[in-house]
Design a protein around this ligand. Structure first.
Ligand SMILES: *[C@@H]1O[C@H](CO)[C@@H](O)[C@H](O)[C@H]1NC(C)=O
Length: 390
């Protein structure tokens, strides 16, 4: 939370009128003094709608001919979502983004450039190879910290390295993940320690209920996160964990989508609400902060996946609940949009270097371009299937 003076200014600015128009929001002033966040960053701030995603959505809207769908598409541009800093060069645009964030909002960033990234799959392999840890530290994390320090008046929520620590817990049998292990642990610890800044709140990625939620994975998963957090010196601004990033799980569904599968008895985290409860308890035991944020960007429709682990461009998906701190769950700080809906999870071109067989499965939308590339048809599908609708 900001200082009392700033907070009351925000309350004055946001209080007692009807919902402001989008135009008013975009013109809202930036903070004029350093921001200090504590507690749930979403209790007094909404998630910033960055122009990176906004520009994609604006272009996508222009390409739609059906007037009713076009009007709905236009609304997506004002939904807050996270900005993925997935390469060193992506940092070049960050300063401008940080300077545009209104004082009653926080910008979400995804820190995502570890050496040997995506060790258990192929679609999101990154630019840094195993062993390039010093490049990660100096050219990526240090560069990121420098930009953030130059913008102390902007509130920032960071999700740290999706899939990395979860992969070390469950894919330790893969040679690629064995090779990545020390770099992931050292790299994440370095990120956590370096990003321990007053205007930043950090959430470490913890996969989802169908991953670390298995009975046998809960304690080892929490232990892995806690080990790295402690190696970082237990940074004060680590608030907890992020779940369902780029995922598809429902927040709350009874019975859960895979609850009645033959192995359902071995997993009590059958929706993200139950996963948050179980994993936050495990984190507490392990000595790691345990508040959660949950990606609801694409989880509107259930029953689409053949198997729980299917992660690539799930066909029939829809935009989920819009970012909000009204989660109804004391342990869950906010529902957020992390994965920018419309950007591909991976290519369906079987001849591509980064082709992953998950992107060719029967439940994956095809054709799909390379990870991170815009897929207009997929965007329109998410829009048509959105719950609540736009
Ligand atoms: C949007 O369209 C404009 C005009 O065609 C183009 O210059 C720009 O690169 C596009 N932006 C994105 C994010 O696709």
């Amino acid at each position: 939370m900001k200082s009392a003076a700033l907070l009351s200014a925000v309350l004055l600015a946001t209080g007692a009128h009807a919902l402001p128009s989008e135009q008013t929001i975009s013109k809202r002033a930036t903070c004029t003094s350093p921001v200090k966040l504590s507690g749930n960053p979403f209790s007094a701030h909404t998630l910033y709608a960055n122009s990176h995603y906004g520009n994609y959505v604006t272009n996508a809207t222009a390409a739609i001919t059906d007037s009713a769908l076009k009007a709905k598409a236009a609304k997506v541009a004002s939904v807050g979502s996270f900005l993925w800093l997935d390469t060193i060069s992506a940092l070049s645009t960050l300063d401008a983004h940080l300077k545009a964030v209104p004082c009653n909002q926080v910008i979400g960033i995804v820190v995502y450039d570890l050496p040997g990234r995506d060790c258990a799959a192929k679609a999101s392999n990154g630019e840094l190879a195993v062993g390039q840890l010093s490049t990660y530290k100096a050219s990526y994390i240090d560069a990121l910290v420098k930009i953030i320090k130059a913008n102390p008046n902007t509130g920032i929520v960071a999700i740290i390295e999706p899939d990395s620590l979860p992969n070390l817990v469950t894919n330790a049998n893969l040679a690629t993940c064995q090779a990545s292990k020390s770099g992931y642990e050292d790299g994440v610890a370095y990120a956590l320690k370096s990003l321990n800044l007053p205007n930043v709140v950090q959430y470490v990625d913890a996969g989802h209920g169908g991953w670390l939620g298995w009975n046998d994975n809960l304690a080892p998963g929490a232990a892995e996160l806690a080990k790295v957090y402690k190696a970082a010196g237990s940074p004060a601004n680590v608030r907890g964990f992020a779940t369902n990033v780029a995922g598809w799980n429902a927040w709350s569904k009874n019975p859960g989508e895979f609850e009645n599968a033959p192995d359902g008895q071995y997993n009590k985290a059958q929706d993200e609400k139950r996963y948050v409860a179980l994993f936050s308890a495990a984190l507490k035991t392990a000595g790691h902060p345990n508040f959660a944020i949950v990606d609801t960007g694409r989880n509107a429709v259930q029953g689409l996946r053949l198997e729980w682990g299917d992660w690539c461009n799930v066909n029939g998906a829809g935009f989920g609940v819009r970012p909000t701190s009204s989660t109804g769950d004391a342990q869950t700080d906010a529902f957020v949009w992390v994965k920018p809906g419309g950007e591909s999870d991976g290519t369906s071109d079987t001849s591509a270097t980064r082709y992953d067989s998950f992107c060719g499965k029967d439940d994956a939308y095809k054709p799909a371009p390379e990870a991170g590339t815009w897929n207009q048809v997929y965007f329109e599908m998410l829009l048509k299937n959105a719950v609540p609708s736009f």
